[in-house]
Design a binder for this molecule. Structure first.
Ligand code: C2E
Ligand code: CA
Ligand code: CA
Ligand code: CA
Length: 279
């Protein structure tokens, strides 16, 4: 038994080494990704449930790795956070998203809102507000078309600092939404102090909406809370008509999900905006 324990230890040590090496290799590659043009953005439409129209998109990052193919953000965003590279990557995302919004407007398409995910470390960057302003100026994009998606965890770490920064962004007319709402620990009391315009119901509550009475209760509660606090509410991860019908019946304002469209390249969004009646 003693021998086996030792072997197990060696086995785990090797596994851990492999995982660590993998992580270091990815981090090393990520360092070059921005400069070598390996990052790109896909855009997922956000649909207004009342009109059925696309009113905005969320920018979602993809890494075109030279050997591994497309690496999903769940794999590399945490590494970028940990290493601090998220600040440079996030700045690239902000600039590219604003420039894309500008390209669509220049093509004569109806202006839509552009949502960009901001991770906690990026939000903590003392230059965030300046970087956002610079990205808007570079693209000659009006601030009303930009929305930042932040998570509850970010807010609850330093409530006063978060309020101050959000007020600054609010003064610039930049909308803020809370992503993955309900999965973190935001204090409902704190929520009313934040200049938030939208709550996003996390897809974990949407997935079993047709069958789970618990999830139905949670979704209803978030919709009601949003409206009582004068915010709009969007559901993410909507994949089925049953989910959509439940959300419509319960007064949800907007939705996003594969039922409508997966995240797509810019030209696909342009095509959708060019013929809104077919939506
Ligand atoms: P998120 O912000 O919660 O984004 C929603 C995720 O759900 C996206 O995954 C999207 O592709 C996926 N999704 C959309 N519709 C559906 C659906 O109907 N069903 C299901 N099952 N999934 C759906 P993605 O693109 O892999 O992004 C994962 C996460 O990576 C994002 O979660 C966000 O936290 C982070 N992320 C993505 N892009 C950026 C970025 O530019 N900056 C930062 N800081 N984080 C990003
Ligand atoms: Ca998001
Ligand atoms: Ca989300
Ligand atoms: Ca998420």
């Amino acid at each position: 038994a003693k021998e086996m324990g030792k072997n197990n230890c060696q086995f785990y040590a090797q596994e851990m080494n492999a995982a660590l090496e993998e992580k270091l290799a990815l981090m090393e590659g990520l360092r070059r990704a921005v400069d070598d043009n390996q990052l790109r953005l896909l855009y997922q439409p956000k649909v207004d449930l009342a009109s059925g129209q696309v009113f905005g998109v969320e920018a979602l990052l993809r890494w075109q790795h030279p050997e591994r193919g497309t690496v999903r953000p769940d794999l590399f965003i945490p590494l970028a956070e940990e290493s601090g590279m998220i600040v440079a990557i996030g700045e690239w995302v902000l600039r590219e998203a604003c420039l894309q919004a500008r390209r669509w407007q220049d093509a004569g398409l109806p202006p839509i809102s552009m949502s960009v995910n901001v991770s906690p470390r990026q939000f903590d960057d003392p230059h965030l507000v300046r970087r956002v302003a610079a990205a808007l100026a570079e693209a000659a994009l009006d601030a009303q078309w930009l929305e930042l998606e932040v998570t509850e965890s970010l807010i609850m770490r330093d409530v006063q600092q978060a309020i101050d920064k959000m007020r600054e962004l609010e003064t610039m007319s930049i909308a803020l939404s809370i992503d993955d709402f309900g999965t973190g620990y935001s204090s409902l009391a704190a929520l009313k102090s934040f200049p938030i315009s939208r709550l996003k119901i996390d897809k974990s509550f949407v997935r079993d909406l047709a069958h789970s009475t618990d999830d139905q209760a949670i979704a209803r509660a978030i919709i009601s809370l949003s409206h009582q606090l004068q915010m709009r509410v969007i559901a993410e991860g909507v994949e089925t008509e049953q989910q959509r019908d439940f959300l419509v019946e319960n007064g949800c304002d907007e939705m996003q999900g594969y039922l409508f469209s997966k995240p797509v390249p810019p030209d696909d969004i342009a095509a959708m905006l060019a013929r809104p009646s077919e939506v």
